[in-house]
Design a protein around this ligand. Structure first.
Ligand SMILES: CC(C)(COP(=O)(O)OP(=O)(O)OC[C@H]1O[C@@H](n2cnc3c(N)ncnc32)[C@H](O)[C@@H]1OP(=O)(O)O)[C@@H](O)C(=O)NCCC(=O)NCCS
Length: 183
């Protein structure tokens, strides 16, 4: 549809009641983003890594985390009516700002919501420090999105066991940065 830039999207600070909606966005978007034949990451891997996240206890824990979020962390949600359709977390570290997460539900992507989340998250950044983001090396869409926002590749590459899937495959990562004088 022409002119389908989102008019009815609100960017809000996450509240504990958003916990399940946030987990749902992360799960659905992970499923759409990370399975990769070449690297060996399967849909089942993603399902497996999220299977506990919907248990009552985990959702409660998430609610507590949101309620007790440290002052250096901003968690945002994008809402279309009552539905959470995007999420983002920005952290002010001692040496930099870190865009920890930015996920928009597949059916809501490409409508400017990622950019809206970024704009709000950016206001929370310490403008005297660089801003970094870590991304899967094969996540070309996200890399293009970050480049559009002004991030550039630092050249750093690594794999962390934290992203080791049940199949044994690991998501390879890279780092992008916005240097302070480019903010
Ligand atoms: C990456 C992501 C957050 C971007 O959010 P979005 O709402 O789809 O992006 P927007 O509509 O705000 O796009 C902003 C700009 O980024 C660029 N962009 C966005 N998606 C792109 C894509 N798939 N390919 C190329 N460029 C893209 C465009 O230049 C766009 O500007 P334009 O609309 O003027 O052309 C979203 O697509 C997403 O959740 N992807 C899957 C999860 C993910 O990879 N998250 C990042 C993990 S590190």
């Amino acid at each position: 549809m022409e002119n389908n830039k989102e008019q009815n999207i609100k960017i809000l600070k996450a509240i504990p009641e958003d916990a399940l909606g946030i987990t749902t966005v992360l799960y659905k978007t992970w499923l759409d983003t990370y399975p990769n034949e070449e690297i060996g990451i399967t849909k089942e891997d993603v399902e497996e890594s999220y299977k506990d996240h919907f248990m009552e206890e985990r959702v409660k824990k998430q609610q507590e985390n949101i309620a007790n979020a440290p002052a250096n962390q901003l968690r945002l949600v994008a809402k279309s009516g009552d539905q959470i359709v995007g999420v983002s977390t920005m952290i002010r570290n001692e040496n930099n700002n870190q865009l920890r997460t930015i996920y928009v539900l597949p059916e809501f992507q490409g409508r400017g919501i990622g950019q809206m989340l970024w704009k709000e998250a950016q206001k929370f950044c310490d403008s005297t420090k660089d801003t970094i983001v870590q991304v899967a090396t094969y996540n070309k869409n996200a890399i293009s999105f970050y480049e559009k926002l002004g991030f550039t590749d630092t050249g750093k590459r690594w794999s962390d066991d934290k992203w080791k899937m049940k199949s044994g495959a690991t998501i390879p990562e890279m780092e992008l940065i916005i240097k302070v004088n480019n903010l």
